[in-house]
Write a protein that binds this ligand. Structure first.
Ligand code: NAD
Length: 352
């Protein structure tokens, strides 16, 4: 998809931090880091999340930063009531992260994936137009590009979108809708094409490879690597993503922008790094891929993010993995206890 002129041609100069920011999916892995980062820059932040995969404990850092139960809205982006908060609170910026985020789960249930990622997004965008939201910052995925030959890497934003599975299709469709809302209604947007995000609080059985390997090795389980492990991905630390969202929320819309490291790492190299960080040496078990259409290689060109937003990744992979292993160990020590500040965020007390 061409990078749209209406989004790219606007004033790129940074302005003051937005006063009111709504984060959909704010109780999730990426969202909780984004909420904490936005609060740090002085914005008033509210969270809209249906807690399907999100957890209140994820918001402990944000609670230390001043987020209260009145700021957390337990609702579904697919319903009219769910997006009422946008109509009523009239945020300046909406960071839209709520999604069905799993590639395998999208294959198992394309209908649910499309319902949340397409219908839910359109419902959010309609509400943004109605309430005069200045900017939408959206999370797209490198899956929108589909399979790309090695000589086309790293992929730039103007590469054609050619998704190969339901998740990539729904994420690409959401980007097309953003583009239409921009042209039709003047809704400014920044659609961040995220590569593989990793870092603390990533969870769930379909979660990222770094987290699965970390948990597996710390549990003493043998880690399964699908295929030959030579497939590559571009890994970006979640704190770099949160920083990118914070910077983007100061700007006008820049359209599609890759947020990634720009570097390919094979799954075998990732496993090596996690083993070293965990201080555990154990051979993985190789198994055939249980699903079709796996993308073989991926990395994203980040020059546009640098030029338009002044953003660059700052956490190196080795250091990022070390931090993740340290965090996983700390959490194990603390058990499944809810951190003290998160106790103030009782789900039963959050707004509906
Ligand atoms: N993690 C990655 O590697 C990665 C890569 C590319 C893009 N993304 C995108 O980043 C965003 C965040 O992903 P994540 O990894 O933090 O996943 P996550 O599952 O941790 O976060 C998604 C959040 O959205 C909420 N949610 C889901 N359906 C909802 C609904 N119908 N109404 C309201 N809330 C709902 C969940 O409860 C959860 O808190 C998603 O849009 C995802 O597609 C993630």
């Amino acid at each position: 998809m061409d990078v749209p002129d209406h989004a790219a041609g606007v004033d790129q100069s940074p302005s003051l931090a937005p006063r009111r920011v709504l984060v959909t999916g704010g109780a999730g892995f990426v969202g909780s880091h984004v909420v904490a980062r936005l609060m740090l820059m002085g914005s008033q932040v509210r969270v809209l999340d249906n807690f399907s995969t999100g957890r209140l404990e994820n918001l402990a850092d944000a609670a230390y930063g001043g987020l209260t139960e009145a700021d957390v809205f337990s609702a579904d982006i697919r319903t009219p009531e769910g997006v009422k908060i946008i109509d009523e609170w009239q945020p300046e910026v909406v960071v839209h992260l709520a999604a069905q985020p799993s590639v395998p789960a999208a294959g198992r249930s394309p209908l649910y994936d499309a319902d949340v990622n397409v219908f839910g997004t359109v419902n959010v965008l309609d509400a943004c137009v109605r309430s005069g939201v200045r900017l939408v910052v959206n999370a797209a995925s490198s899956a929108v590009f589909g399979s790309v030959s090695v000589d086309e890497l790293p992929v730039a934003e103007d590469h054609p979108m050619a998704p190969v599975g339901p998740y990539g299709i729904s994420k690409a469709t959401a980007v097309h809708y953003l583009d239409w809302y921009g042209r039709q209604h003047g809704l400014a947007y920044t659609s961040m094409v995220l590569s593989n995000v990793y870092g603390p609080r990533q969870g769930g059985s379909d979660c990222g490879v770094v987290s699965l390997m970390t948990e597996g090795l710390l549990d003493g389980r043998q880690v399964v690597i699908y295929d030959d492990g030579k497939q590559t991905r571009d890994f970006i630390h979640v704190s770099d993503v949160a920083e990118a969202v914070a910077i983007a929320s100061h700007h006008d819309g820049v359209g599609m922008v890759n947020i990634a490291s720009g570097r390919q790492l094979s799954v075998n190299e990732v496993y090596q790094a996690v083993q070293e960080a965990a201080g555990v040496a154990q051979a993985p078990r190789y198994e055939p891929l249980p699903w079709a259409g796996e993308i073989r290689n991926m990395s994203l060109d980040t020059r546009r993010a640098r030029d338009l937003l002044g953003w660059q990744p700052s956490v190196g992979f080795t250091e990022g993995v070390r931090m993740m292993v340290r965090d996983a160990r700390r959490r194990r020590k603390a058990g499944a206890q809810i951190m003290p500040a998160a106790r103030n965020l009782d789900p039963a007390l959050t707004n509906r």
